[in-house]
Design a binder for this molecule. Structure first.
Ligand SMILES: [Zn+2]
Length: 298
């Protein structure tokens, strides 16, 4: 465990350095997305970011740690900082609405307002929609900081509006998964990436008539396809900044990222998650696979 901790710490430090350099160069963004990291690490970086953004005496992109503003952030009572986290299963829609209304108010004495959303992958869809509107056209004084465990647990429209700060270790959906793509999944992907729309159902048929139809093989295939679309989404949204689940299938993921529109990549990734859940519930495999490939056809 000690080794993982060291890696995580140095990646957090790297993220802080990059951030400080950006602030130093006057290149502060209106929206940041902190991805991954161990427990409390994303929140820690979000707090540091808020401190640097609100500090009255920031130097070289770092908060001074001593001014009244820094002390208020540390104490959790800075009037221009709003901090949201899930209450129960979700970050509540009304809490997000209230925080956004506040964000639009011009701060007293100039300066900025900062809104932090911890575990932003647990926003209700309605709340994410409202947040997106502000991300698309934020007030000049606003800084939004989202933290989430995995890049693909958020809508791509939200991710694409944020500067992504990647922390190590917390691979989210990917941690602990075998990193070999496997020839069957690679072949299916090859044909998904390049085949005409009509080929998709034929492909479903082939899968259903092959040894891949066995429950375990099918679950593995779908998990790998899901990983591949996740990688394609990551490449489309964050470029090479975020490690892939299946580096050996990078070419395929790149091709998907280049040739499929973002919305379709997202839809495919969601369809594969649904299929995974349905198969885990022992749903009819044939119907599952056919429905999945129809949806992948777009
Ligand atoms: Zn300060």
């Amino acid at each position: 465990m000690g080794g993982a901790g060291l890696t995580a710490e140095s990646s957090a430090q790297r993220a802080r350095q990059r951030l400080a350099a950006a602030l130093r160069g006057g290149r502060a963004s209106h929206a940041y997305l902190i991805v991954g990291g161990g427990e409390g690490e994303g929140a820690g970086l979000a707090r540091e970011l808020a401190r640097a953004m609100l500090c009255l005496d920031a130097r070289g992109g770092w908060a001074c740690g001593a001014c009244p503003s820094c002390r208020q952030v540390e104490g959790g009572f800075h009037p221009a900082l709003r901090w949201l986290a899930p209450e129960g299963a979700y970050v509540r829609t009304d809490a997000v609405g209230k925080a956004l209304a506040e964000l639009w108010l011009r701060p007293r004495g100039g300066g900025r307002r900062v809104l932090v959303v911890e575990q932003a992958d647990r926003l209700t869809p309605a709340a994410a929609g409202r947040l997106l509107k502000t991300l698309e056209d934020p007030p000049v004084h606003a800084v939004l900081v989202l933290a989430a465990s995995d890049l693909t647990s958020l809508a791509p429209t939200v991710v694409s509006r944020c500067q992504v700060l990647k922390l190590g270790a917390g691979g989210g959906a990917g941690s602990g998964r075998a990193a070999a793509m496997g020839p069957a999944a690679a072949q299916v992907l090859e044909r998904l990436g390049s085949g005409p729309p009509g080929a998709f159902l034929a492909l479903a048929q082939e899968v259903l008539e092959s040894p891949l139809r066995q429950p375990e093989a099918l679950a593995a295939l779908i998990e790998r396809l899901q990983g591949a679309f996740r990688d394609a989404l990551v490449l489309a949204l964050a470029g090479e900044a975020v490690p892939l689940l299946y580096p050996d299938a990078k070419e395929t993921a790149l091709r998907l990222a280049r040739t499929w529109p973002l919305a379709r990549l997202w839809d495919a990734s969601q369809a594969l998650l649904l299929a995974q859940e349905a198969l885990a519930r022992n749903a009819n495999r044939r119907l599952c696979v056919e429905a999945l490939f129809l949806r992948l056809r777009g």
